[in-house]
Ligand binder design. Structure first.
Ligand code: ZN
Length: 296
């Protein structure tokens, strides 16, 4: 299959309008390219999980007329696979254990990157503390990683300068999103990733992991994220309301409108099947504006 896409929600609460937009964009892009659309539940961070949220999300997707292909995969069942990937990187001497506390990292940092203090590599150069909890970091490459985003255009990043050595396994022994997502995309044979632009900064780190693990690369398209009136990304933290399954047709049309697909006014009074047929027939990723923020 030339196109396999995916939607990968975290069960931290019900889907809100921002997650609906991401689901619609990845679904239309997959279906317009005669591809598959897979579902992955990113439930790696058990402490942040809300009980029952996975079932709510699956129900919401079904009520909105999404039809996913193949079996759903759950990250919480895959920790041994992430450990194998970490071992493979360690075997290549790309990783090192880190026993620094948050405060020690902040105190030792001499540079600020795009995500705050850049870790100065203390544990790479000095002996790690005995009996302290261990995180695992990968040495950041000091070279430019470039890729072409289908919406945002040419992108490049020097991870060493912008981010620093990054964590693959946290002190609490949870695997970092960056590692899990790369391993899962490869295992699900994902060819195209369509997701929010808030993850654009993570992409170079993920490409570096793909390269280091000799995995095939994927095509990226980063859609604008939906923000509230205060300019904050819609999320559980910003108290975004859940999408309303009783108003699915209208909300679906708003999502298409947000994605600049210009759905006709009458469409919101049609059946979900008619809306999806129209959306897939008329899907044009080129119409999506690359601007970073869009208020609803
Ligand atoms: Zn350290």
């Amino acid at each position: 299959l030339k196109y396999i896409g995916r939607f990968a929600p975290s069960p931290t609460g019900p889907l809100h309008f921002g997650s609906l937009v991401a689901a619609v964009a990845s679904y239309c892009d997959a279906k317009a390219n005669n591809g598959k659309w897979l579902l992955r539940i990113e439930d790696l961070d058990k402490p942040r999980e809300v009980s029952g949220a996975t079932q709510t999300i699956l129900l919401q997707l079904a009520c909105f007329g999404f039809i996913w292909d193949d079996e759903i995969i759950y990250q919480s069942e895959r920790t041994f696979i992430y450990q194998a990937a970490l071992n493979a990187l360690s075997k290549q001497k790309l990783t090192y254990p880190c026993t620094c506390s948050r405060k020690e990292i902040a105190d030792a940092a001499t540079h600020k990157g795009i995500e705050g203090a850049i870790y100065p590599g203390t544990c790479l150069h000095e002996r790690i503390k005995l009996h302290a909890p261990i995180a695992w970091r990968i040495k950041a490459p000091d070279s430019v990683i470039a890729f072409e985003d289908r919406i945002q255009g040419k992108q490049s990043q020097n991870i060493a300068q912008d981010i620093g050595d990054y964590v693959l396994k946290r002190v609490d022994q949870l695997f970092a999103y960056q590692l899990a997502v790369v391993v899962d995309d490869a295992d699900q044979h994902i060819t195209h990733v369509v997701r929010g632009v808030d993850l654009l900064n993570s992409t170079a780190r993920q490409i570096y992991l793909q390269q280091s693990l000799q995995l095939t690369s994927v095509q990226y398209a980063h859609i604008p994220v939906v923000t509230n009136a205060q300019g904050e990304k819609l999320s559980k933290q910003t108290l975004a309301p859940a999408i309303n399954s009783h108003n699915a047709a209208e909300e679906l049309c708003y999502a298409l409108q947000f994605l600049n697909q210009n759905p006709p006014e009458y469409l919101k009074r049609e059946s979900l099947t008619t809306i999806w047929d129209w959306a897939i027939d008329h899907w044009s990723i080129a119409k999506i504006q690359p601007n970073i923020n869009n208020c609803i």
